[in-house]
Design a protein. Sequence first.
Length: 627
Amino acid sequence: MSVVKNDISEGIDEIIDLLKKDQTPNGAWTYPFETGISTDSYMIILLRSLEINDEKLIYQLTERILSKQEKDGAWKLFHDGEGNISITLEAYYALLYSGYYQKNDERLRAARQFILNKGGIEKSHMFTKIMLAITGQIKWPPFFPIPLELILLPLSFPINFYSFPEYGRVNMAPIMLLADRKFRLKTKNSPNLSELKVREDSEFDRESVEWRSLYSSIKNGIDRLMGLPSHIHKLATDQTKHYMLTRIEKDGTLYGYFSSTFLMIFALLSLGYSKTHPIIINAVKGLMDMKCEINGLPHMQYTTATVWNTSLINYALQEAGLPPSDPMVKKANQYLLKRQHYKYGDWIIHNPKAFPGGWGFADINTLHPDVDDTTASLRSIARSVQHAPSFFQSWERGVQWVLSMQNKDGGWPAFEKDTDSKWIKLIPIEKANYILSDPSTADLTGRTLEFLGNYTNLLKEHPSIKLAVHWLMKDQKNDGSWYGRWGNCYIYGTWAAITGLMATGLLPAHHTISKAVKWMKEIQNHDGGWGESCKSDEKGKYIPLNTSTLTDTAWAVDTLISVSDQPTKEINSGIKFILNNINIEDWTSEYPKGQGMAGDFYIHYHSYRYIFPLLTLAHYKNTYLVE
């Protein structure tokens, strides 16, 4: 066992040394939040549309885009996936619009053929079609399912603007304006994509009987609003504009998201703003400021993950033995304290009795905290609370905010409580369940329970804990796993759920735990590791990657450690895999482990290869090797 202990200690020290080198002067870690090439493509399209000719950036973005192209001409979302028509279409458009490549370029010919073979523009994602409509490549569909006047309906109405969570609203608000005005912007350099149209089709012509009935009631509700139709329409326009402008962060972005900022810029242009208006210029600068570098080329991040990276890393460092007084830990905690929220955001609408106290995901984020970042940040400062009175108030506010965000069903959402209306599912928008709802999830609920059980003095019989445990037990899948909404996917969800349930006092012999452990052991690979495909979320069931990854293995082993008094053969072989692959550099080390929308949006967190192996090695050492 001493040899194992030495190996474990060396592995921990190696990761800590790497993290120490990467910490920035302000105490944060700024590892990239990498989401493929869509944002790179959209940035080229935006700059050309605004006639901002940053040639160096545009050319370098084209280099990055082309470096990711497959042999068949397509672009993929992940290694074992198929070519994706939407991102291939976006890349093709951006490369043409850049002006550096022509349609007869061999790489573009291959991309064009792939797009046509897959059905052309009509088979692309809704948001891709909206971008194409905005920039004049296709007509706006004749029917858009959400009328602009929806923003005026009261909260008491069965479906209203605030039925959607914040990440849905901030994208839908500019889209509603753009669709209402059928805005199109072309420049003299706009390429012609007409050869990619197979037939005219509307993304929004997939109405159900239930939606037509609901849409009719929405229209009736709008008609009952006092005033002339023209006055109501102007009021809705002004309200939507106000909604956007009052949610611009100090960096110029709308809520810190690339997509909503991109859409806001075009929405403001549709309202008559000039391309050189200060709000638009600042918005572009805000997007520019989110640029990072990966393998020597620029990548436009969808957002930054600075708070998330910093809180998770600092927590893992302390689990690995660094004291709160360590300079690295102190600097990170001081950074986090400065990022705690003091403003009321939209979350107050469904949670009116709570006070601010959460943390957000990005470096610049003052308006939309989320539960996961809040519990992660609280874990990071937990050991300092008893030693530094200045932390106590932040701690109390954070814990109370988390408790206040629990949904009625007992689980926790990400951003806003009780925004999972059954009516949302009727809206004929592609993957509306991802965009327009924020339900309780196993990963959020499990991680919140793990925090409350291990870091607060709440009794296991506390109503919030009992309700959440009951929700998690009901959410378990028949095979014993849980679906993780914000990570990929069943290994992640099961790790969060089991560690959460164990923190609340469930015993390993409990049937819920034993069933999950059996599932986790059954999916272990022959090399001792674990690996899950991004296909799991679309298929709605666990799909093996057929190779192991560091992050999946760390999640799985940490799950088993939480239920085992002694190291098992599965745990030891998993630990061996981690130790043997700490420095691995191949496609598995770049494989996405986060997701935003099944089949369309995946995230490679560059920090995860350090965070979760470190956490798991620390838990192994603390559980089994303490003398």
